[in-house]
Design a protein around this ligand. Structure first.
Ligand SMILES: Cc1ncc(C[n+]2csc(CCOP(=O)(O)OP(=O)(O)O)c2C)c(N)n1
Ligand code: SF4
Ligand SMILES: [Mg+2]
Length: 351
């Protein structure tokens, strides 16, 4: 007779509001210990550490090729205090599907005696939104009991900052350099991966999160793991090398991207099949976010105006009233009145 699979149930962290950065009740143990080799201020490294802190010790991590594989592992060394496996860039989710199906079968047949582990694949945007997109959809469609976290640094970072489907319009990468013919750099608009996953796999738990809201991200990790079936979370994770910003600003950017409407935070509940969108405490024009990053330093008023228009459509989509000033900022003339230095910082000029 098949043995029942015993699942873990992780309690949520108490937060009065999602803007909180710190919670004294966080677990002390870290499944991702110190000693990796990512850049200082690396957003994906912060995400990795906190997601695994939320999932705790009975977890298995899967990492397709990308910065978080390369920088986190050198010969016979990794910072993982839990089982971890590297996979080719396209097959993170297929490998994860196999791990989940394997544990289900082993527990049912009595060949594995423990509780079902938290199975988490953390894949970059190049992997989960592009080269390995098909297997992610397959994992959600078959509804394996596992969580896929897309750590979104909006580029293929590890191979030298190439554009990916989540690179914003206007972002400078080595494949989208601005020049006389294409002054804005990237001309395409980013893929809405999380919406795509929720719309196409209505039985899955889907959410967006940002390293700027760590406790919110950890609670979404726990909700995704507690959900019996597949879960997908897209986490905004700034990359200091590709975005070109001052190192201590990683968390600040993680908040500003939400406050300017470029990366709304939301959850999709597969039980009720509804979206819950979140309005940040503060709203900012997108130029405030752009001007902290060298990758946007080449943008002209007409490009920033287009980005503001895109953010305004997102505010409308999540049901937030767009302030009059933001509507004015949809027009290039608005920036003429801001004066010298208002749309590009020294960091941007240096780059
Ligand atoms: C099939 C395949 N194509 C290309 C590569 C080269 N490659 C290694 S890491 C990487 C970048 C991955 O980008 P992403 O998934 O966004 O992770 P990040 O480097 O940004 O952390 C690429 C293209 C590869 N390993 N396999
Ligand atoms: S290049 Fe970017 S993503 Fe890669 S380790 Fe450095 S900061 Fe992190
Ligand atoms: Mg990436």
């Amino acid at each position: 007779m098949a043995i029942e699979v015993e699942r873990q149930e992780l309690p949520l962290f108490e937060i009065e509001n999602r803007s909180r950065w710190y919670n004294p009740d966080l677990p002390e143990t870290d499944p991702l210990v110190a000693g990796h080799r990512t850049c200082a201020g690396c957003g994906p490294a912060i995400e990795y550490r906190l997601v695994l802190k939320a999932s705790q010790d009975n977890s298995i991590a899967v990492g397709p090729t990308g910065c978080m594989y390369v920088a986190n592992s050198s010969y016979l060394n990794t910072p993982y205090a839990i089982p971890w496996a590297h996979t080719p860039i396209a097959s993170g989710a297929s490998f994860t599907s196999g791990v989940a199906a394997g544990y289900e079968a082993m527990i049912r047949k009595g060949k594995y005696k423990g509780q079902y582990p938290n199975i988490i694949c953390m894949a970059g945007d190049g992997s989960a939104a592009d080269i390995g997109l098909g297997p992610v959809s397959g994992m959600l469609y078959r509804n394996h009991d596992a969580l896929l976290v897309l750590y979104d640094n909006e580029q293929y970072a590890n191979t030298g900052i190439q554009t990916s489907p989540t690179t914003p319009y206007g972002g400078m990468t080595t494949f989208t350099p601005p020049g006389p013919k294409i002054p804005e750099g990237k001309t395409l608009w980013p893929k809405e991966v999380a919406h795509m996953m929720a719309a196409g796999h209505p039985q899955a738990y889907v959410a967006t999160a940002s390293v700027g809201y760590p406790i919110d991200m950890m609670n979404k990790t726990r909700r995704g793991l507690n959900h019996r079936g597949a879960a997908f979370i897209q986490v905004y994770t700034p990359c200091q090398k590709g975005f070109v910003y001052q190192t201590p600003l990683t968390i600040e950017l993680g908040r500003m991207v939400v406050e300017c409407g470029m990366f709304p935070l939301w959850e999709y509940d597969p039980e009720t099949r509804t979206y819950e969108y979140w309005k940040p405490d503060q709203m900012r024009p997108v130029v405030e976010y752009l001007k902290l990053q060298g990758r946007f330093g080449h943008l002209k008023p007409e490009h920033i105006a287009k980005l503001q228009a895109s953010c305004n459509r997102k505010w409308e989509m999540i049901g937030v009233e767009v302030p009059g000033e933001f509507r004015e900022a949809e027009h290039a003339e608005y920036y003429a009145g801001l004066g010298e230095g208002a749309i590009a910082t020294d960091t941007a000029k240096e780059w």
